[in-house]
Design a protein around this ligand. Sequence first.
Ligand code: SF4
Length: 388
Amino acid sequence: MLAATRSVQTFAQPCPQDEGFPIFLTDEIPPHYYQLSMEEIWERGLAAKEQLGDSVFILAHHYQRDETFRFGDASGDSLNLSQIAAQQSAAYIIFCGVHFMAESADILTGPEQTVILPNLTAGCSMADMADADNVEDCWEEISEICGEGHFIPVTYINSSASLKAFCGRNGGVVCTSSNTEKILRWAYDQGKNVLFFPDQHLGRNTANQMGVPRENIQLWNRHQPNGGLTPDQVKQAKMLLWNGFCSVHARFNQKQIEAVRARLPEVKVIVHPECSEEVVNASDYSGSTNKIIKIIREAEPNTKWAVGTEINLVNRLHRELYRKEGKHIECLNSNVCPCSTMYRTNPANVLWVLENLVAGRVVNTIKVPEETSQWAKIALDRMLELSA
Ligand code: SF4
């Protein structure tokens, strides 16, 4: 796990200008912030951080673009960042990630702390595929078919606070891609079956890995009555999967794996479990973002890797490990876009937030309503205990 550190990561060269990409305006940021050079953003950002001292802590998800990522006091995947947020005492936590992550940080930090999302439009398309009303309807329908207490709800951390609260209220739990197997084991050890949302692929890949028979894995189609399933199929499901997916990881396919193996016969393919079952099965390894980083870092020098995950992380790993150890690391899909919602956090947004704090103004706060927060915390704390 990456340790939280106060040192700001520095780059040898200034970042290049951010040309050719769309800029997402938040409600209030003055447009002139987007005209600043990267050097000016960096220098003014560092000066503001210096003034704010220990009152501010910046978390940066691995999928952030470099120019934003380098502002991070700590970096990590969703699980790391939740754990780091829970341990922080800074008055202001600036979360360079997406909306559901900032919500989790707000739930896990104290009432005297404030969580800030630099761009309020940074959401997650997968999280949006499961809304609380649809999941409540599904829960009612499956309870009518199987009776209450037949299923435990498990939500991937990539979901809204209201879904985490739903899990808290119904004896369920949150999971991340680092701990899904542990969480499922906990549910199965109680003799229960699992309703898993929103990512079907993480659920299916983990169930496969645990040896859950194929006929006991069923897909609940949120657009169809009774999920498109017969009552017998629902009763049979040890794993009932919501039909959500990540639009970034859904773009990897078997053909790309075949192509890279033909071009680089010695290459190892490693993918995130948000990729499809076919892609995971055709790869040499699969695992969470942190596991991907660990395996590649620990590999022999001069090895070659094709990675099925978000491209900012892949490029950053390549730059670091090619220089140090001659490792060649490329994205499995050279045309894959960065996660478009992670990308919305422009470094100008971070500077704007910091300079407002220096001026005594708090902008873009994320505050989960009290009741939702209490229930969601139960599900999040349960996850943190189970993954300790
Ligand atoms: S990479 Fe996928 S799951 Fe992660 S924030 Fe982007 S859309 Fe959501």
